[in-house]
Design a protein around this ligand. Sequence first.
Ligand SMILES: [Zn+2]
Length: 295
Amino acid sequence: MGSMAEPAPHLFEETGVAMRLSPLVRRILAPNPSPFTYHGTQSYVVGTSDLAVIDPGPAEEPHLAAKIGAIDGHRLVAILCTHTHRDHSPAARLLAERTGAPIIGCAPLALSDDGPRADAAFDPDYAPDRILADGEQLAGEGWTLTAIATPGHTSNHLCFALEEEGALFTGDHVMGWSTSVVSPPDGDMTDYLASLERLVARKDAVYYPAHGDPIAQPQRFARHMLGHRRMREGQILRLLERDGPRTIPDMVAAMYVGLDPRLIGAAGRSVLAHLIDLEGRARVRRGDERWSRID
Ligand SMILES: [Zn+2]
């Protein structure tokens, strides 16, 4: 799950085909298009002899067959997940069963049945064989992947840096077509902004997001994403200053003119995430359903 804008025009890409993006990277589009996934989740295959699969995607047989085809009998060293939304990690287990490869990467989330984390967007069955901490590396013949902790979209989100090509697999932290949904309580805007700052400070040459095309000027793109979030924060503060205490649905209606009705709920979650961040910085306070500004 990811974002909240209408899909932009995009070059046609078939699902089930491994498209080569670089000497070490191929991409396979899953057949799960939606207002939250754009054309679908993109799984990446890294390597030429030893291989890794990043974000195996939804547990759908045609997508599994496409990955098995791309692996083509080579040794699969690892199945890596950036995070555990249902469009990213459920195929990990199927692929592990078919290949014997270990599931390595982000931590599972502690989902409770009654708590707010029992979110339909999360994959409750994700069970990694090994969790990568920030900075930990995994290597196969010809490639090295480094885990970069990037909490915010989810608390367990990792990006993976491919050292040999200066590439960063950004999962849903930075996407190629829209902004990411940050949905509390697991999504955290304070963490998200810090994780964007972290990318701005890096020297990656390209981002490969799980949704949307490769991003060729990554630091500039990450700075633009930070600017977009600051713009939203400024909108919220101005609305509260001008019109006094307001509810989140009021704010969404004022901030997201012409939004696809299917995305109004997600927009409300992002506004809530900004408000919680602002509350933490003593800029706003909440009373019942209404939020007001502290000046
Ligand atoms: Zn996601």
